[in-house]
Design a protein around this ligand. Structure first.
Ligand code: PLP
Length: 438
Protein backbone atom coordinates (compact mmCIF):
# COMPACT_ATOMS: atom_id res chain seq x y z
CA UNK A 1 0.00 0.00 0.00
CA UNK A 2 1.43 3.43 -0.70
CA UNK A 3 0.68 6.85 0.66
CA UNK A 4 -0.08 8.39 -2.72
CA UNK A 5 -3.19 6.25 -3.06
CA UNK A 6 -4.19 7.07 0.49
CA UNK A 7 -3.88 10.78 -0.19
CA UNK A 8 -5.95 10.24 -3.33
CA UNK A 9 -8.72 8.79 -1.17
CA UNK A 10 -8.46 11.70 1.22
CA UNK A 11 -8.85 14.22 -1.59
CA UNK A 12 -12.21 12.65 -2.49
CA UNK A 13 -13.43 14.15 0.79
CA UNK A 14 -15.81 12.75 3.37
CA UNK A 15 -18.84 14.38 4.92
CA UNK A 16 -19.08 13.79 8.67
CA UNK A 17 -22.40 12.32 9.84
CA UNK A 18 -24.64 14.74 11.78
CA UNK A 19 -24.10 13.01 15.14
CA UNK A 20 -20.35 13.47 14.70
CA UNK A 21 -20.74 17.18 13.95
CA UNK A 22 -22.89 17.66 17.05
CA UNK A 23 -20.32 15.95 19.28
CA UNK A 24 -17.48 17.92 17.73
CA UNK A 25 -19.24 21.10 18.80
CA UNK A 26 -19.87 19.92 22.36
CA UNK A 27 -17.72 21.24 25.16
CA UNK A 28 -14.13 19.93 25.37
CA UNK A 29 -13.73 17.16 27.95
CA UNK A 30 -10.72 18.98 29.41
CA UNK A 31 -13.08 21.92 30.15
CA UNK A 32 -15.71 19.70 31.75
CA UNK A 33 -17.60 18.45 28.68
CA UNK A 34 -18.38 14.88 27.62
CA UNK A 35 -15.42 12.94 26.17
CA UNK A 36 -15.67 11.63 22.60
CA UNK A 37 -14.79 8.20 23.93
CA UNK A 38 -15.35 6.54 27.30
CA UNK A 39 -14.42 2.91 26.56
CA UNK A 40 -10.80 1.82 26.82
CA UNK A 41 -8.93 0.75 23.67
CA UNK A 42 -8.23 -3.00 23.27
CA UNK A 43 -6.17 -4.42 26.13
CA UNK A 44 -2.77 -6.02 25.68
CA UNK A 45 -1.67 -8.80 25.84
CA UNK A 46 -4.36 -11.03 24.36
CA UNK A 47 -4.48 -14.49 25.89
CA UNK A 48 -6.46 -17.62 25.12
CA UNK A 49 -6.59 -21.26 26.21
CA UNK A 50 -3.59 -22.03 23.91
CA UNK A 51 -1.40 -19.68 25.95
CA UNK A 52 -2.42 -21.30 29.24
CA UNK A 53 -1.86 -24.78 27.85
CA UNK A 54 1.56 -23.87 26.42
CA UNK A 55 2.65 -22.30 29.70
CA UNK A 56 1.43 -25.19 31.86
CA UNK A 57 3.04 -27.81 29.60
CA UNK A 58 6.45 -26.27 30.26
CA UNK A 59 5.72 -25.80 33.96
CA UNK A 60 4.65 -29.40 34.48
CA UNK A 61 7.31 -30.82 32.15
CA UNK A 62 9.99 -29.41 34.46
CA UNK A 63 12.32 -28.62 31.53
CA UNK A 64 12.57 -24.87 31.89
CA UNK A 65 15.87 -24.19 30.12
CA UNK A 66 16.66 -24.54 26.42
CA UNK A 67 19.40 -27.06 27.12
CA UNK A 68 16.84 -29.56 28.41
CA UNK A 69 13.58 -28.59 26.69
CA UNK A 70 12.51 -28.27 23.05
CA UNK A 71 10.33 -25.13 23.08
CA UNK A 72 13.06 -22.59 22.30
CA UNK A 73 14.28 -24.57 19.28
CA UNK A 74 10.71 -25.04 18.12
CA UNK A 75 10.07 -21.30 18.38
CA UNK A 76 13.28 -20.50 16.47
CA UNK A 77 12.19 -22.74 13.59
CA UNK A 78 8.63 -21.39 13.65
CA UNK A 79 9.61 -17.71 13.70
CA UNK A 80 12.23 -18.23 10.96
CA UNK A 81 9.57 -19.95 8.82
CA UNK A 82 7.04 -17.17 9.44
CA UNK A 83 9.56 -14.54 8.33
CA UNK A 84 11.10 -16.55 5.51
CA UNK A 85 14.51 -16.32 7.18
CA UNK A 86 17.14 -19.08 7.06
CA UNK A 87 18.02 -18.92 10.77
CA UNK A 88 16.73 -17.52 14.04
CA UNK A 89 18.46 -17.38 17.42
CA UNK A 90 16.11 -16.69 20.32
CA UNK A 91 17.47 -14.41 23.07
CA UNK A 92 16.43 -13.11 26.48
CA UNK A 93 15.23 -9.80 25.01
CA UNK A 94 15.72 -7.41 22.08
CA UNK A 95 18.63 -5.60 23.71
CA UNK A 96 20.54 -8.88 24.02
CA UNK A 97 19.74 -9.77 20.38
CA UNK A 98 21.36 -6.49 19.29
CA UNK A 99 24.23 -6.95 21.74
CA UNK A 100 24.81 -10.48 20.43
CA UNK A 101 24.72 -9.29 16.81
CA UNK A 102 27.37 -6.63 17.45
CA UNK A 103 29.60 -9.14 19.24
CA UNK A 104 29.15 -11.83 16.60
CA UNK A 105 30.20 -9.24 14.01
CA UNK A 106 33.26 -8.33 16.07
CA UNK A 107 32.28 -4.68 16.65
CA UNK A 108 34.24 -3.26 19.57
CA UNK A 109 36.58 -0.58 20.92
CA UNK A 110 37.87 1.83 18.28
CA UNK A 111 34.95 1.15 15.93
CA UNK A 112 32.18 3.49 14.84
CA UNK A 113 28.58 2.35 14.38
CA UNK A 114 26.06 4.38 12.38
CA UNK A 115 22.73 4.77 14.17
CA UNK A 116 19.61 6.96 13.98
CA UNK A 117 18.82 9.34 16.85
CA UNK A 118 15.09 8.61 16.59
CA UNK A 119 14.94 5.23 18.33
CA UNK A 120 14.54 3.46 21.64
CA UNK A 121 17.67 3.92 23.74
CA UNK A 122 18.67 0.22 23.58
CA UNK A 123 19.91 0.71 19.98
CA UNK A 124 22.57 3.08 21.36
CA UNK A 125 23.20 1.29 24.66
CA UNK A 126 24.46 -1.87 22.92
CA UNK A 127 26.99 0.22 20.96
CA UNK A 128 28.25 1.81 24.18
CA UNK A 129 28.36 -1.58 25.95
CA UNK A 130 30.90 -2.65 23.32
CA UNK A 131 32.91 0.58 23.73
CA UNK A 132 32.16 1.43 20.12
CA UNK A 133 31.34 5.00 19.13
CA UNK A 134 27.77 5.75 18.05
CA UNK A 135 27.60 8.08 15.04
CA UNK A 136 24.16 9.62 14.59
CA UNK A 137 22.71 10.25 11.14
CA UNK A 138 19.84 12.74 11.07
CA UNK A 139 16.20 11.75 10.65
CA UNK A 140 14.02 12.30 7.60
CA UNK A 141 11.19 14.57 8.73
CA UNK A 142 8.51 13.05 6.48
CA UNK A 143 9.06 9.36 7.23
CA UNK A 144 10.55 9.60 10.78
CA UNK A 145 13.21 7.10 9.58
CA UNK A 146 17.00 7.52 9.31
CA UNK A 147 17.79 9.88 6.39
CA UNK A 148 19.44 7.39 4.03
CA UNK A 149 20.83 10.20 1.87
CA UNK A 150 23.05 11.24 4.79
CA UNK A 151 24.48 7.82 5.70
CA UNK A 152 27.39 7.78 3.25
CA UNK A 153 28.79 11.10 4.53
CA UNK A 154 28.97 9.57 8.05
CA UNK A 155 31.10 6.59 6.98
CA UNK A 156 34.79 6.75 7.98
CA UNK A 157 37.70 4.30 8.14
CA UNK A 158 36.49 3.34 11.60
CA UNK A 159 32.89 2.48 10.61
CA UNK A 160 32.17 -1.21 11.30
CA UNK A 161 28.39 -1.49 11.10
CA UNK A 162 25.17 0.33 10.27
CA UNK A 163 22.05 -0.14 12.40
CA UNK A 164 18.97 1.11 10.56
CA UNK A 165 15.95 1.05 12.88
CA UNK A 166 12.48 0.44 11.43
CA UNK A 167 10.99 2.91 13.80
CA UNK A 168 7.34 2.51 14.65
CA UNK A 169 7.43 -0.68 12.58
CA UNK A 170 7.64 1.29 9.32
CA UNK A 171 10.68 0.45 7.20
CA UNK A 172 13.84 2.52 6.87
CA UNK A 173 14.82 3.09 3.24
CA UNK A 174 16.51 -0.23 2.54
CA UNK A 175 16.78 0.43 -1.22
CA UNK A 176 19.32 3.11 -0.34
CA UNK A 177 20.98 1.61 2.75
CA UNK A 178 21.63 -1.99 1.65
CA UNK A 179 23.51 -1.25 -1.60
CA UNK A 180 25.53 1.51 0.08
CA UNK A 181 26.54 -0.82 2.91
CA UNK A 182 27.46 -3.57 0.45
CA UNK A 183 29.60 -1.15 -1.54
CA UNK A 184 31.41 0.02 1.63
CA UNK A 185 31.62 -3.59 2.97
CA UNK A 186 29.68 -2.69 6.09
CA UNK A 187 27.41 -5.20 7.80
CA UNK A 188 23.82 -4.07 8.33
CA UNK A 189 22.02 -4.95 11.56
CA UNK A 190 18.33 -4.17 11.15
CA UNK A 191 16.79 -3.10 14.44
CA UNK A 192 13.39 -4.63 13.73
CA UNK A 193 12.38 -4.61 17.40
CA UNK A 194 9.19 -2.73 16.46
CA UNK A 195 8.66 -4.30 13.04
CA UNK A 196 7.12 -7.78 13.35
CA UNK A 197 5.69 -8.84 9.97
CA UNK A 198 6.44 -5.46 8.39
CA UNK A 199 7.59 -5.79 4.78
CA UNK A 200 9.96 -4.22 2.29
CA UNK A 201 9.04 -5.10 -1.31
CA UNK A 202 7.27 -8.23 -0.13
CA UNK A 203 10.11 -9.46 2.12
CA UNK A 204 9.86 -9.40 5.88
CA UNK A 205 11.74 -6.70 7.78
CA UNK A 206 14.57 -8.13 9.84
CA UNK A 207 15.51 -10.61 7.08
CA UNK A 208 17.17 -8.23 4.62
CA UNK A 209 20.34 -7.20 6.48
CA UNK A 210 23.25 -9.34 7.66
CA UNK A 211 21.36 -9.66 10.94
CA UNK A 212 17.89 -8.56 12.04
CA UNK A 213 16.89 -8.16 15.68
CA UNK A 214 13.46 -8.43 17.26
CA UNK A 215 12.03 -7.72 20.70
CA UNK A 216 9.15 -9.55 22.36
CA UNK A 217 9.01 -7.19 25.33
CA UNK A 218 5.54 -6.64 26.77
CA UNK A 219 4.68 -3.55 24.70
CA UNK A 220 5.76 -5.10 21.39
CA UNK A 221 3.46 -6.52 18.72
CA UNK A 222 4.58 -10.04 19.64
CA UNK A 223 4.86 -10.36 23.40
CA UNK A 224 6.27 -12.77 25.96
CA UNK A 225 6.93 -10.19 28.66
CA UNK A 226 10.61 -10.22 27.72
CA UNK A 227 12.15 -11.93 24.73
CA UNK A 228 14.16 -11.37 21.58
CA UNK A 229 15.44 -12.93 18.37
CA UNK A 230 18.32 -12.52 15.97
CA UNK A 231 17.66 -13.48 12.34
CA UNK A 232 20.43 -14.20 9.88
CA UNK A 233 21.21 -16.01 6.66
CA UNK A 234 24.88 -16.37 7.60
CA UNK A 235 25.67 -19.69 9.28
CA UNK A 236 29.02 -18.54 10.66
CA UNK A 237 27.39 -15.49 12.17
CA UNK A 238 24.70 -17.74 13.66
CA UNK A 239 27.35 -19.98 15.26
CA UNK A 240 29.23 -17.03 16.73
CA UNK A 241 25.96 -15.51 17.96
CA UNK A 242 24.93 -18.81 19.55
CA UNK A 243 28.29 -19.08 21.29
CA UNK A 244 28.21 -15.49 22.54
CA UNK A 245 24.68 -15.78 23.93
CA UNK A 246 25.57 -19.09 25.65
CA UNK A 247 28.55 -17.91 27.73
CA UNK A 248 30.91 -18.78 24.91
CA UNK A 249 29.85 -22.41 24.72
CA UNK A 250 29.30 -23.65 21.17
CA UNK A 251 26.01 -24.82 19.72
CA UNK A 252 26.89 -28.50 19.77
CA UNK A 253 28.34 -28.70 23.28
CA UNK A 254 26.37 -30.65 25.88
CA UNK A 255 25.61 -29.15 29.24
CA UNK A 256 28.52 -30.92 30.92
CA UNK A 257 31.09 -29.92 28.31
CA UNK A 258 33.09 -27.04 29.77
CA UNK A 259 35.01 -25.99 26.70
CA UNK A 260 34.68 -22.48 25.33
CA UNK A 261 34.95 -21.18 21.80
CA UNK A 262 34.86 -17.51 22.84
CA UNK A 263 33.84 -15.12 25.60
CA UNK A 264 30.20 -14.31 26.03
CA UNK A 265 27.29 -13.93 28.39
CA UNK A 266 24.10 -15.76 29.27
CA UNK A 267 21.46 -14.16 27.06
CA UNK A 268 19.32 -17.26 26.53
CA UNK A 269 15.55 -17.33 26.17
CA UNK A 270 13.67 -19.55 28.64
CA UNK A 271 11.35 -22.39 27.62
CA UNK A 272 8.44 -20.45 29.15
CA UNK A 273 9.01 -17.46 26.90
CA UNK A 274 9.27 -19.67 23.82
CA UNK A 275 6.12 -21.66 24.58
CA UNK A 276 4.15 -18.45 25.13
CA UNK A 277 5.52 -16.99 21.89
CA UNK A 278 4.37 -20.06 19.92
CA UNK A 279 0.84 -19.47 21.20
CA UNK A 280 0.95 -15.69 20.71
CA UNK A 281 2.36 -16.17 17.22
CA UNK A 282 -0.80 -17.93 16.01
CA UNK A 283 -2.58 -14.52 16.19
CA UNK A 284 0.22 -12.38 14.78
CA UNK A 285 -0.80 -12.40 11.11
CA UNK A 286 -4.42 -11.55 11.83
CA UNK A 287 -3.40 -8.76 14.21
CA UNK A 288 -0.85 -7.39 11.74
CA UNK A 289 -3.49 -7.25 9.03
CA UNK A 290 -5.94 -5.47 11.31
CA UNK A 291 -3.37 -2.87 12.39
CA UNK A 292 -2.40 -2.24 8.77
CA UNK A 293 -6.05 -1.78 7.70
CA UNK A 294 -6.86 0.47 10.63
CA UNK A 295 -3.68 2.51 10.14
CA UNK A 296 -4.57 3.08 6.47
CA UNK A 297 -8.02 4.28 7.51
CA UNK A 298 -6.58 6.55 10.20
CA UNK A 299 -4.14 8.04 7.70
CA UNK A 300 -7.02 8.77 5.32
CA UNK A 301 -8.95 10.56 8.08
CA UNK A 302 -5.97 12.44 9.54
CA UNK A 303 -4.82 13.67 6.12
CA UNK A 304 -8.07 15.68 6.02
CA UNK A 305 -7.19 17.56 9.20
CA UNK A 306 -5.01 20.65 8.67
CA UNK A 307 -1.88 20.63 10.84
CA UNK A 308 -1.81 16.84 11.31
CA UNK A 309 0.76 15.08 9.13
CA UNK A 310 0.96 11.27 9.35
CA UNK A 311 4.45 9.80 8.87
CA UNK A 312 4.88 8.92 5.20
CA UNK A 313 5.77 5.35 4.24
CA UNK A 314 8.71 4.80 1.91
CA UNK A 315 7.69 3.51 -1.54
CA UNK A 316 9.29 0.12 -0.86
CA UNK A 317 7.00 -0.50 2.10
CA UNK A 318 4.53 -3.24 1.21
CA UNK A 319 3.28 -3.50 4.79
CA UNK A 320 3.82 -1.46 7.94
CA UNK A 321 4.03 -3.29 11.28
CA UNK A 322 2.53 -0.31 13.14
CA UNK A 323 4.08 -0.72 16.55
CA UNK A 324 3.45 3.01 16.68
CA UNK A 325 1.16 5.24 14.67
CA UNK A 326 3.24 8.40 14.24
CA UNK A 327 2.34 11.87 13.01
CA UNK A 328 3.46 15.48 13.33
CA UNK A 329 1.40 18.17 15.04
CA UNK A 330 1.49 21.80 13.91
CA UNK A 331 0.25 24.18 16.64
CA UNK A 332 -0.40 26.87 13.99
CA UNK A 333 -3.43 24.89 12.82
CA UNK A 334 -4.67 24.63 16.43
CA UNK A 335 -4.74 28.32 17.46
CA UNK A 336 -1.15 28.04 18.72
CA UNK A 337 -2.00 25.38 21.36
CA UNK A 338 1.31 23.73 22.29
CA UNK A 339 1.71 19.97 21.81
CA UNK A 340 1.59 19.10 25.52
CA UNK A 341 -1.73 20.87 26.03
CA UNK A 342 -3.11 19.27 22.88
CA UNK A 343 -2.11 15.85 24.28
CA UNK A 344 -3.84 16.64 27.58
CA UNK A 345 -7.02 17.68 25.78
CA UNK A 346 -6.84 14.56 23.62
CA UNK A 347 -6.38 12.28 26.63
CA UNK A 348 -9.39 13.95 28.25
CA UNK A 349 -11.41 13.00 25.14
CA UNK A 350 -10.42 9.36 25.78
CA UNK A 351 -7.58 9.17 23.24
CA UNK A 352 -4.17 8.96 24.84
CA UNK A 353 -1.13 9.89 22.73
CA UNK A 354 2.54 10.39 23.52
CA UNK A 355 5.08 13.03 22.52
CA UNK A 356 7.58 10.23 21.93
CA UNK A 357 11.37 10.20 22.02
CA UNK A 358 13.70 13.00 23.02
CA UNK A 359 16.90 13.62 21.00
CA UNK A 360 19.30 10.83 21.97
CA UNK A 361 22.33 12.55 20.44
CA UNK A 362 21.91 15.25 23.11
CA UNK A 363 21.37 12.82 25.96
CA UNK A 364 23.79 13.67 28.83
CA UNK A 365 24.55 10.04 29.66
CA UNK A 366 25.70 9.41 26.09
CA UNK A 367 27.84 12.58 26.09
CA UNK A 368 29.35 11.43 29.40
CA UNK A 369 30.13 7.98 27.98
CA UNK A 370 31.81 9.47 24.92
CA UNK A 371 34.01 11.64 27.19
CA UNK A 372 34.63 8.94 29.80
CA UNK A 373 38.03 7.61 30.80
CA UNK A 374 37.48 4.43 28.78
CA UNK A 375 36.63 6.29 25.56
CA UNK A 376 39.52 8.72 26.09
CA UNK A 377 41.85 5.71 26.30
CA UNK A 378 40.40 4.15 23.14
CA UNK A 379 39.88 7.07 20.73
CA UNK A 380 41.98 10.04 19.57
CA UNK A 381 41.17 13.19 21.59
CA UNK A 382 40.27 15.15 18.43
CA UNK A 383 37.71 12.55 17.39
CA UNK A 384 35.94 12.81 20.74
CA UNK A 385 36.15 16.63 20.80
CA UNK A 386 34.42 16.76 17.41
CA UNK A 387 31.78 14.24 18.38
CA UNK A 388 29.05 16.70 19.37
CA UNK A 389 29.52 18.88 16.30
CA UNK A 390 29.58 15.82 14.05
CA UNK A 391 26.43 14.41 15.63
CA UNK A 392 24.17 17.44 15.25
CA UNK A 393 20.74 16.30 14.05
CA UNK A 394 18.67 19.47 13.53
CA UNK A 395 15.85 17.71 11.68
CA UNK A 396 15.53 15.16 14.46
CA UNK A 397 15.45 17.97 17.05
CA UNK A 398 12.49 19.42 15.19
CA UNK A 399 10.77 16.05 14.82
CA UNK A 400 11.08 15.41 18.56
CA UNK A 401 9.24 18.69 19.18
CA UNK A 402 6.44 17.96 16.67
CA UNK A 403 5.86 14.20 16.88
CA UNK A 404 2.89 12.44 18.43
CA UNK A 405 2.33 8.69 18.63
CA UNK A 406 -0.48 6.32 19.28
CA UNK A 407 0.44 2.79 20.36
CA UNK A 408 -0.27 -0.43 18.46
CA UNK A 409 -3.15 -1.61 20.65
CA UNK A 410 -5.22 1.42 19.55
CA UNK A 411 -5.16 -0.07 16.04
CA UNK A 412 -6.41 -3.48 17.16
CA UNK A 413 -10.07 -2.59 17.56
CA UNK A 414 -12.94 -1.80 15.21
CA UNK A 415 -13.29 0.93 12.58
CA UNK A 416 -15.33 2.97 15.05
CA UNK A 417 -12.28 3.34 17.31
CA UNK A 418 -10.34 4.88 14.44
CA UNK A 419 -13.16 7.27 13.62
CA UNK A 420 -13.31 8.41 17.24
CA UNK A 421 -9.58 9.18 17.22
CA UNK A 422 -10.06 11.49 14.24
CA UNK A 423 -13.23 12.93 15.75
CA UNK A 424 -11.45 13.82 19.00
CA UNK A 425 -8.74 15.65 17.06
CA UNK A 426 -11.29 17.53 14.94
CA UNK A 427 -13.23 18.49 18.08
CA UNK A 428 -10.10 19.95 19.65
CA UNK A 429 -9.24 21.81 16.46
CA UNK A 430 -12.70 23.40 16.26
CA UNK A 431 -12.41 24.67 19.81
CA UNK A 432 -8.67 25.25 19.99
CA UNK A 433 -9.30 28.92 20.84
CA UNK A 434 -10.82 27.83 24.17
CA UNK A 435 -7.71 25.80 24.97
CA UNK A 436 -5.32 28.60 24.20
CA UNK A 437 -6.98 30.78 26.84
CA UNK A 438 -6.15 28.24 29.58
C1 PLP B 1 12.08 -2.51 22.34
C2 PLP B 1 13.24 -2.07 21.51
C3 PLP B 1 14.54 -2.52 21.73
C4 PLP B 1 14.93 -3.36 22.92
O1 PLP B 1 14.20 -4.50 23.10
P1 PLP B 1 14.01 -5.10 24.60
O2 PLP B 1 13.33 -6.39 24.33
O3 PLP B 1 13.16 -4.14 25.36
O4 PLP B 1 15.36 -5.28 25.17
C5 PLP B 1 15.53 -2.12 20.86
N1 PLP B 1 15.27 -1.29 19.83
C6 PLP B 1 14.03 -0.81 19.60
C7 PLP B 1 13.81 0.10 18.43
C8 PLP B 1 12.98 -1.16 20.44
O5 PLP B 1 11.77 -0.66 20.22
Amino acid sequence: MNTVTRRGFAAAGAVAPLATVARANSKLALLGGQPVRKEPFPSWPRIGPEDERAWMDVLRGGKWYRGSGAAVSRFEKGYARLLGAPHCLATANGTSALYTALNALGVGPGDEVIVPPYTFVATINVVLLNYALPVFVDTDLETFQIDATKVEAAVTDRTRAVIPVHIGGSPANLDAILPLARRRKLPVIEDACQAHLGEWRGRKLGTLGDAGCFSFQASKNLNSGEGGALMTGDEDLLERAYGFHNNGRGARTGSLDFSYRMGGANLRMTEFQAALLMAQMTRLEEQARRRDDNAAHLTKLLNEIPGIRPARLHDGCTRGAWHLYMFRYDPEAFAGVPRDRFLKALAAEGVRGSGGYRPLNREPFILNAVHSKAYRALYPARLLEQWEERNHCPVNDRLCREAIWFTQTMLLGARGDIEQIAEAIRKIQLQAGELRKL
